[in-house]
Design a protein around this ligand. Structure first.
Ligand code: GLP
Length: 241
């Protein structure tokens, strides 16, 4: 793992966007694995700036998002489809047909999970996977568990994740209880991984992820086994290093 120290959230966002910019320049038809949450917002803003300045071309880029709430339609403003559209896709020259997100409205979870794995396989795998980090160590929606989930699956969200994500909904009761997420195995197959972590509330879990034992109780700890992981964290998140 390569660990880069950023001064603050803006610095982190610029550094992360630079890694993605370099990826797209080196391979214009690359497959980007994308994430939602507050962590990548600044990164997406910077990518939009690069696009507007003429430094970044998304016309050949393909994307696959990590996860989606189960039961939320695309036009719900809390769906991850909506998030990606509002915060990145509608601002750049990406072909929407080349963007992929699990279909939260497919009721047959087995069918949807197998379909999504096939989508990623048909893309030829992910070149660079962007990840945020949950307060409990989750990546995508891979919650702490007894085992590492291998492929895309349907998860029951933990009370702590529902609590953390309720800020985006009218109340905790409105947070969906389930989500479709790439599995740990899916994520680990990405050729490169970029993990971004910001804020003092992530300081302990980041320490556990990087220095602690590899355990499905801290899902992101499995990244220690991946051969090409870049971690960019700000001073606040690195408080325990
Ligand atoms: C969410 C998402 C994750 C995200 C994480 C952290 O539940 N499913 O993909 O990385 O939680 O979110 P944030 O960046 O807002 O702290």
């Amino acid at each position: 793992m390569r660990l880069y120290r950023a001064k603050d959230y803006d610095d982190l966002s610029r550094k992360a966007a630079n890694v993605i910019l370099a990826q797209v320049i080196m391979k214009p038809d690359c497959v980007l694995g994308l994430a939602t949450g507050s962590s990548p917002l600044g990164t997406y803003r910077q990518l939009i700036e690069y696009f507007k300045a003429g430094d970044l071309d998304f016309s050949k880029v393909k994307t696959a998002n990590l996860d989606e709430y189960r039961g939320l339609p695309r036009d719900n403003d809390q769906s991850y489809y909506y998030f990606m559209h509002e915060n990145l896709f509608k601002h750049v020259n990406i072909n929407m047909a080349d963007t992929n997100i699990p279909n939260g409205m497919e009721p047959d979870s087995e069918k949807e999970c197998l379909r999504y794995e096939q989508v990623i396989a048909d893309l030829g795998g992910i070149d660079l996977q962007l990840l945020g980090l949950g307060h409990n160590g989750h990546i995508g929606f891979n919650e702490p568990d007894d085992t590492f989930a291998k492929i895309t699956h349907c998860v029951d969200l933990t009370p702590s994740t529902i609590e953390a994500n309720k800020r985006f909904f009218a109340s905790a009761d409105d947070v969906p209880r389930q989500a479709y997420t790439m599995g740990i195995g899916t994520i680990m197959q990405a050729r490169r991984i970029l993990l971004i972590v910001s804020g003092k509330d992530k300081a302990q879990i980041l320490c556990d992820v990087i220095n602690g034992p590899i355990t499905p109780r801290v899902p992101a700890s499995v990244l220690q086994l991946h051969r090409d992981v870049t971690v960019i964290a700000d001073e606040a998140a690195l408080a325990k290093f």
